[in-house]
Write a protein that binds this ligand. Structure first.
Ligand SMILES: [Zn+2]
Length: 289
């Protein structure tokens, strides 16, 4: 079985003790493609390092919506072991996005998208925070347009805000350069899935959350969405799938067969065929040959 993990954070400190072992375990279970997702400067650099070290690993550069207020003074506890001495180059968003641009020119094969970006109004919901998240989201979209690569979109407690934002920023009628997008950790219903896939042509990242007992509406949305728009992802080390969760707190790409099994059942197709389609979707959206 060929497996793609389109959203993972293997550079997180919780993998410091056994990162290499995890990569090998993932490979053994069929993971032939991993996209490491950046959330600030250091993590984007760490994601790129992983991508440079392994043939089957690629990365994105970005600033997570939860990090827009703190990304120039990150908590040292979250910095991966090998990057404790890394000297940050950017002191503001202009410098940071310039750095992202330079890196993408340098490593166009390994940097396959921008993000994760988007909205997160779960911890805090103020007009100021939303404005800042919008501003940073726009910068990611500009890079995506410039390089013809997709944006990886995080969308938590912000369904209406996302609909309104896309309505204005993704006016495809007046724009010829369509930006591709991935709604990472898709957690909404059928109506929202339809809007994102049919109107914007976005892909939906499906991971552990879809396997949880309370996620019936997500499973209904998966059933209703053409498989061409679905991607597999872990968001490792978070969101371990239901069965793996009994034994493992930390998520990893090798647990993805549980997610593929679920999608295959919902789409009523054999697991192997399902995994092949999902794998080729991942290559397609990220432009990987
Ligand atoms: Zn993530």
């Amino acid at each position: 079985m060929k497996i793609a993990d389109t959203h993972t954070h293997l550079y997180f400190t919780s993998f410091d003790r056994d990162r290499e072992k995890v990569v090998q375990r993932n490979k053994k279970s069929g993971v032939e493609l991993e996209i490491q997702i950046g959330v600030d400067e250091v993590s984007s650099i760490a994601a790129l390092e992983l991508a440079k070290n392994y043939n089957h690993i690629y990365c994105t550069l970005g600033v997570h919506p939860c990090d827009v207020e703190t990304c120039f003074s990150p908590n040292p506890d979250y910095i991966p072991r090998d990057f404790k001495k890394y000297k940050r180059k950017a002191h503001n968003f202009d410098e940071l996005f310039q750095l992202f641009e330079h890196l993408t020119e340098q490593y166009p094969e390994k940097i396959v998208g921008f993000g994760e970006t988007g909205f997160d109004l779960y911890h805090q919901n103020t007009p100021e925070l939303l404005e800042l998240q919008k501003n940073i989201f726009r910068r990611h979209i500009a890079l995506a347009k410039k390089f013809g690569k997709p944006v990886v979109i995080h969308n938590r407690n912000s369904r209406e805000q996302m609909i309104q934002f896309l309505e204005i920023e993704f006016d495809y009628k007046s724009s010829d350069s369509k930006v591709k997008g991935i709604i990472h950790c898709f957690s909404e219903d059928t109506e929202y899935a339809e809007l994102m896939t049919q109107k914007y042509g976005f892909f939906l990242g499906i991971g552990g959350v879809a396997t949880y007992p309370q996620s019936e509406k997500i499973r209904e949305a998966i059933k209703a969405t053409p498989i061409e728009f679905l991607l597999t992802e872990t968001d490792a080390p978070f969101l371990t799938p239901q069965k793996a969760k009994q034994q493992h707190k930390r998520n990893e790409s090798s647990f993805l067969p549980e997610v593929i099994q679920l999608i295959a059942e919902l789409k009523k197709i054999p697991k192997k065929e399902c995994s092949e389609i999902l794998f080729s979707n991942a290559k397609k959206v990220f432009g990987i040959k």
